[in-house]
Design a binder for this molecule. Sequence first.
Ligand code: NAP
Length: 337
Amino acid sequence: MKVLVTGAQGFIGRYLCAHLLACGHEVVGLGRSPETEGFTHHVGWAGRQVAAPLPRAMQPLFRSSAYRYRALDLTDAEALADSLDGAGFEVIYHLAGALRDSPIDQLVRSNIVASQLLFDAAAGVPVPPRIVFGSSGSVTGALPEALLPVRADRAQAVQPVDPYAVTKRAAEDLAVVAQRQHDLQIVTGRIFAVMGPGQEERHLCGHLARQFAERRAGLSEAEIAVGPLTVTRDFVDVRDVAAQLALLGETAAPPDLCNIASGRETPTAEVFRTLKALTGDVSELAPSGPGRRLELGRSVADISALAGLGFAPAYDLERSLSDLLDWYLVEVAEAAG
Ligand SMILES: NC(=O)c1ccc[n+]([C@@H]2O[C@H](COP(=O)([O-])OP(=O)(O)OC[C@H]3O[C@@H](n4cnc5c(N)ncnc54)[C@H](OP(=O)(O)O)[C@@H]3O)[C@@H](O)[C@H]2O)c1
């Protein structure tokens, strides 16, 4: 199958491309940045910012002739239409977007405007591809405990917690309109808290793993800077996310909305404890730092829709965090020189 992945050099995009290539698909990756060998973001190491390197095992896949990359801003409607015209994509995996804490103009441009333009461009193709859209579990916001694990349900009242969630919710609504107006097939997957080697340090696991890895490597004796860890999250490994997204692109009759998660509710304090144990850190460490505002209390997803398609998570918290630590200690350390 020939497929397009937007946000291909981002964290999830890289893993999805690698998964699709390993399954024998022809993959065109699209993103704004010029082609690079790593991810599009940087991570910290020993007080410096380092271009986040691609895990070594994935690198050969991106050198295969089944992979091509095109640098393009999705808000360039003309160039986007040209890229789809006659290309024969059967599925577009839409992962390009701006993350939480990005400035509002970027959130609106990359999450709302870019999504609408992609839907318009796909509708202009004689045989429109299926679109698998990566939304966010944060669109629902805080729900009464009785509604947990949260189902993916458009009829449920939502209270997005921040501007990022508002823009992802708006893109979901635009997908519904595009489906109706143009008879497009758009499958929306609400992705929960992703973890794994290569992740941005804006996310909790990356933020903590780098600090524990630096202590382990003898580069730091500092306290671990993080706010109070009193909430829960549905952490899901990025390799499981890639498998779930691929399944939504390949299965004959996918749901039009579902959760992409592990279905496990994990206290954020467990991430801290697990990293401390994995690094053999015996000091009296406790989280120390200011908390985030607008925090959700509990978060856990109902994954019955994807379980019904045969998906079961292959990675648990300990394995994901262990791989993330190794990535810092070996690959980031080497990239930092
Ligand atoms: N990571 C998570 O925990 C998580 C959870 C829920 C949902 N999601 C969603 O999943 C998707 C992927 O997340 P991620 O963690 O992989 O993010 P990421 O690492 O920031 O990757 C997103 C990619 O999108 C590209 N991009 C942004 N705006 C673009 C535009 N206008 N045109 C073309 N490319 C553009 C960026 O490339 P450039 O830097 O080159 O612009 C970047 O590489 C996002 O939509 C995010 O909202 C992620």
